[in-house]
Design a protein around this ligand. Sequence first.
Ligand SMILES: Nc1nc2c(c(=O)[nH]1)N(C=O)[C@@H](CNc1ccc(C(=O)N[C@@H](CCC(=O)O)C(=O)O)cc1)CN2
Ligand SMILES: Nc1ncnc2c1ncn2[C@@H]1O[C@H](COP(=O)(O)OP(=O)(O)OP(=O)(O)O)[C@@H](O)[C@H]1O
Length: 194
Amino acid sequence: MSEQGNDDGGWADVARWRKAERARLIDLRMTLSAEERAGRSQRIAAGLDAAIGSPEGRIVSGYWPFRGEPDLRDWMDRVRRRGGRIALPVVVAKGQPLEFRCWSPGDKLERGVWNILVPAQGPAVLPDVVIAPVVGFDSARYRLGYGGGFFDRTLAAMQGKPLVIGIGYAEAAIATIRPQPHDIKMDVIVTDAA
Ligand SMILES: Nc1nc2c(c(=O)[nH]1)N(C=O)[C@@H](CNc1ccc(C(=O)N[C@@H](CCC(=O)O)C(=O)O)cc1)CN2
Ligand SMILES: Nc1ncnc2c1ncn2[C@@H]1O[C@H](COP(=O)(O)OP(=O)(O)OP(=O)(O)O)[C@@H](O)[C@H]1O
């Protein structure tokens, strides 16, 4: 880093910047009240319906929310009622691509890596649509996540390209995530913005 601390050069500098930006953006969304989060999650759900169309016969990978992420669990239920299947991401190991397993209400969830709830059993499936919650995103549709590199690694390794949708609150918009060669663009970003 330069003495001014604004060197754009290396990955070490970008990684340091991303770490601080993640902390700032997560703190910001943790201040939303439960009511505010619920209303925004509903608006995001409506945006997802518009972006995806009918889920019938498709596998949609959702997520079990944590750290103030939008809560799309009601929407995931609606996807199933409209004939789609819901999968959830599973961290198999750090540094490895994610796996996806189908999940219906009543199926057992267990705590996996980092205590994240994941379906306890079932084969790995290939989703047609991947919903990736963002910590931040930019106008080129690059996603900043929690820093594990999981979605990038997973999408790079997947055969057959799914529709990839980044979702987050409007305040997660930043000028640039300082994209690197490994970063993969989202096809669409959906937020609660009007
Ligand atoms: N709800 C939800 N589930 C998800 C994701 C997500 O973004 N949201 N993921 C999307 O990828 C995967 C989990 N990704 C994660 C990546 C990092 C950390 C984490 O806590 N990292 C440590 C530092 C890690 C390190 O440096 O080794 C930390 O932040 O303290 C948690 C989850 C799969 N499941
Ligand atoms: N396809 C890949 N192959 C190998 N390493 C990768 C790949 N994609 C990302 N990584 C590594 O993962 C690490 C974290 O990357 P990055 O900061 O982009 O994470 P993120 O997108 O915020 O995290 P996440 O997707 O888990 O929410 C980096 O060290 C990066 O080099």
